[in-house]
Ligand binder design. Structure first.
Ligand SMILES: [Mg+2]
Length: 437
């Protein structure tokens, strides 16, 4: 814990849903639920309008549909979330070099490394309000809730207090009074199991926890956990801001003594590499959107080709299919010395979990091998960006029975018209994002 409130926690409000409402004017002010739309899908983010009906993150989509049947249910558009997140993180890094992103929509910032010279509460409030309005500007209208305090724990607690679109600065010295009435689950690391064990011992608030001795907490929860909780109950937290330690990509490559010329052998090697990349992704709890192959030719020139998928994957067959498709783009007739496969644009496992569950019957997997990489996005999931030759850009309102219904509007247009097309209408196509070569 510091003697001044110099740690900030910023959390974008209902982030995925807010981005959807920004880009889909007809959904502004309406319940929007982003997540897995399949039979076992889970809600990733619900807009505040949907939360009024009791819809929450991590709830099954089935339950969300029962509670709020009139909501728009959308699958994620990671290109839009990522671009918006990057704009915010870039803004944060312009105010302090010490930024620790926790996810796409959350970060800690160390204000001691900023240009601030005074950390009294009114100065911090004015400064943070300016920052919040700049977040709104750089994101095209997404709001952020901000907490400022003397530690990571207090800053994070503070950002929750006035959500959405709020600001709380916790004055140094007032931390313990703030925490006392709060439930023990406010403390990071206190999940349902720990909370239940504490409840059975008669402990529900942080004040209750503060009142019991260290040996008693240790007896209840074990040494490591007990010591940690004893300190956090007293607002003692000396964790520092860890600027991004990025695992940017996971890749596997092989070099060969003699030039490879057999295409089916190369495809086989790429497939094997894709499987080991997928295994390493899963072991690290990561998934990625961009699949890259690296090919060194007989003359030692090195080429790479990549494709960005609509959603992150750690699926071996998908990675292998894309990698083989990318190889088809390259002239390897004179022989190859090195082959490699990598996945980048990594996201936390949880996102794959939330979005990966697409009902296989209503929404079949794309078949990477049958299509060139640019044709990978062959389906029309609800909410996805599309473009029509005549009508221009829009988004998938719904699809089924060979028909796709599109609403033609963008962040700039205001609410737009709805039209239906045959699913194989050559004038309609899925928008491609981030594909490079
Ligand atoms: Mg958030």
């Amino acid at each position: 814990m510091r003697s001044v409130a110099s740690i900030m926690h910023l959390d974008l409000d209902a982030f995925f849903a807010s981005v959807e409402q920004r880009d889909k004017p007809s959904l502004r002010g309406k319940p929007v639920i982003v997540g897995g739309v399949g039979g076992r899908g889970v809600v990733a983010t619900a807009s505040y309008e949907a939360r009024k009906f009791g819809v929450r993150s991590a709830m099954s989509t089935r339950e969300a549909r029962a509670r709020c049947p009139h909501a728009a249910f959308l699958t994620g558009r990671f290109h839009a979330y990522r671009a918006t997140s990057e704009a915010v993180m870039e803004l944060l890094r312009s105010v302090s070099p010490l930024v620790e992103p926790l996810s796409l929509d959350e970060a800690f910032v160390d204000l001691e490394a900023s240009s601030l010279t005074s950390f009294d509460v009114p100065t911090l409030r004015g400064w943070a309000e300016t920052l919040r309005s700049r977040v709104c500007e750089v994101t095209g209208g997404i709001t952020a809730s901000v907490g400022v305090g003397s530690s990571k724990f207090i800053a994070k607690v503070a950002s929750e207090l006035d959500k959405p679109d709020g600001l709380t600065v916790v004055a140094p010295g007032s931390e313990r009074d703030l925490l006392r009435p709060m439930h023990v689950t406010t403390i990071p690391g206190v999940g349902p199991a720990t909370a239940e064990r504490l409840r059975r011992a008669g402990i529900s608030t942080i004040a209750d926890l503060e009142a019991i001795s260290l040996p008693e907490i240790v007896r209840l929860l074990g040494k490591a956990h007990g010591h940690g909780l004893f300190r956090l109950a007293r607002a003692e937290d000396s964790r520092t801001i860890e600027p991004e330690r990025e695992t940017k990509s996971i890749s596997v490559e092989g070099t060969y003594d003699s030039d490879l010329t057999d295409r089916s052998l190369m495809a086989g090697l790429l497939t094997r590499q894709a499987y080991s990349v997928a295994e390493r992704l899963r072991r690290s709890g990561l998934s990625g959107r961009t699949v890259t192959i690296k090919v060194r030719l007989h003359d030692f020139t090195t080429n790479s080709r990549s494709t960005t998928l609509a959603a992150p994957t750690d699926h071996a067959q998908t990675i292998a299919g894309v990698a083989r498709g990318l190889l088809d783009d390259l002239d390897t007739s004179d022989g190859v010395r090195l082959l490699g496969v990598g996945v980048s644009g990594l996201a936390d496992w949880i996102q794959e979990d939330l979005f990966g569950d697409i009902d296989p019957e209503s929404d079949p997997e794309p078949t990477p091998l049958a299509e060139p990489p640019a044709g990978l996005v062959v389906r029309y999931p609800p909410g996805a960006d599309v473009v029509h030759r005549e009508w221009g850009p829009g988004w998938v309102w719904g699809s089924g029975r060979g028909v796709v219904t599109v609403r033609f509007e963008t962040a700039e247009t205001g609410s737009g018209p709805v039209r239906s097309f045959a699913i194989d209408d050559p004038d309609l196509r899925a928008q491609q994002f981030g594909t490079s070569s």
